[in-house]
Ligand binder design. Structure first.
Ligand SMILES: C[S@@+](CC[C@H](N)C(=O)[O-])C[C@H]1O[C@@H](n2cnc3c(N)ncnc32)[C@H](O)[C@@H]1O
Length: 383
């Protein structure tokens, strides 16, 4: 099995190389309107932004910045397949422009723009980012009534195009079953507050690079890709930055396409892309180890774990998990500067398979044959 990854150093307001309805999932984080580090990025793309900020008109500036993003959202809706999801990480901004301090509600403006373009908003995730910064309490402190509550969260907006995605053919159904996540992962990943995204072991980019590029942690796109797409799908990030979504897609066995305005990121992406193999393997080992620990604990509590994974032989809680397969990346090849191919192991590693030291024997076999791990992904003309 292979996955293919392509970067376009181009403006995502016109993604001419991407066909209508050819993308299965969009995972992205735009530049945040009214956050100072992105003022120039917006002003370079829009005269009205430049003028509004020159005149210290925050309301006009906010709207003009969102109009830049609106053009990208229109493209996102065009290229997304029916039943496909859009996941957008964004934070609101607090800022004093002229004499007025206020919150600029980016998440609400983006949700409403995508709703107007026909997508269905679904419950959002609050990503809680606790800070110990001394200035986190803004305003007058202990004296009423001039202080503001802390702003320690961002959002992951989740929207769908049209109705639920159908998996009609045998091949589509098999790819979906192989892409299952563990029951215990479902309980955390599908909850509406995410707290624990630091996972230093799985940070491909160092702190400085992440701060400079506004990168999200690897775990964020990795979870979303596993939650809203299947192996062999194509994931688009129209604001690729330092490439975190692309690395996450590589680790998850999905194809990916990224658009990024700043060609300067090419070096950062190339410097880090070789690590994608190591990170992908680390993520898989961590997930399998956590699953083994979960099973052990559950059995120790006297609870049942009724089913057995066909490929790995370890117990799983539900029938839906019995074909789960975490494809291990083994090789990464660059084709020129903007295209990559990742090759995955055909069978699960012996080390990943169930051993007697995990404290429990499988309870119920589901029958059927354990096939080779990956299904063949769709090949896209785009790569
Ligand atoms: C918040 S950063 C994305 C960071 C990314 N998620 C990561 O982990 O590295 C937003 C990126 O969007 C890029 N950008 C802004 N406007 C764009 C446009 N119209 N087309 C393509 N990229 C754009 C910026 O250069 C910036 O790198």
């Amino acid at each position: 099995m292979e996955s293919r990854h392509r970067i376009y150093f181009d403006n995502s307001r016109a993604m001419r190389t991407i066909g209508d309805q050819s993308i299965d999932l969009v995972v992205t984080s735009p530049p945040y309107p009214m956050i100072e580090m992105w003022d120039q990025t917006f002003a370079r793309q829009s005269k009205p932004v430049f003028t509004a900020m020159e005149k210290a008109d925050g309301n006009l500036g906010f709207e003009a910045m969102h109009r830049v993003l609106d053009a990208v959202w229109a493209e996102v809706v065009r290229v997304l397949r029916p039943g496909g999801f859009v996941c957008i990480n964004v934070g609101d901004a607090t800022r004093k422009v002229g004499d007025r301090f206020m919150l600029y509600p980016n998440h609400a403006r983006i949700l409403s723009a995508l709703y107007d373009k026909g997508l269905s908003p679904l419950p959002v995730i609050i990503w809680r980012k606790q800070t110990n910064a001394p200035n986190k309490f803004m305003g007058s402190g202990m004296l009423p009534a001039g202080a503001y509550v802390t702003l320690e969260h961002e959002y992951v907006l989740i929207l769908r195009k049209g109705d639920k995605r159908e998996f009609d053919t045998g091949e589509e159904k098999a790819a979906r079953r192989r892409s299952a996540i563990f029951w215990e992962e479902r309980n955390t990943w599908f909850s509406d507050v995410w707290m624990d995204l630091k996972g230093a072991r799985q940070q491909m980019l160092d702190k400085k690079v992440r701060a400079r590029s506004g990168a999200f942690p690897f775990e964020l796109p990795y979870r979303l890709i596993n939650m809203y797409s299947v192996v062999g799908d194509t994931v688009l990030d129209p604001f690729l930055g330092a490439g975190t979504s692309l690395f996450a897609a590589m680790a998850a066995g999905r194809n990916s396409i990224g658009f990024e305005l700043e060609a300067g990121f090419i070096q950062t992406i190339h410097d880090h892309v070789q690590q994608a193999i190591g990170t992908g393997n680390q993520v898989i080992s961590d997930r399998l180890e956590k699953h083994a620990a979960f099973v052990k604990e559950r059995l120790a509590e006297g609870k049942t774990v009724q089913y057995v994974s066909r490929l790995y032989g370890f117990p799983v809680v539900t029938r839906q998990e019995t074909d789960i397969c975490l494809p291990r990346p083994v090789k990464m090849e660059a084709n020129g500067s903007d295209s990559f191919v990742v090759t995955y192991e055909d069978e699960p590693s012996a080390a990943d398979c169930y051993g007697t030291d995990q404290g429990a024997a499988p309870v119920r076999d589901t029958g059927g044959e354990a096939g080779p791990c990956p299904g063949s992904p769709k090949q896209q003309d785009l790569f």
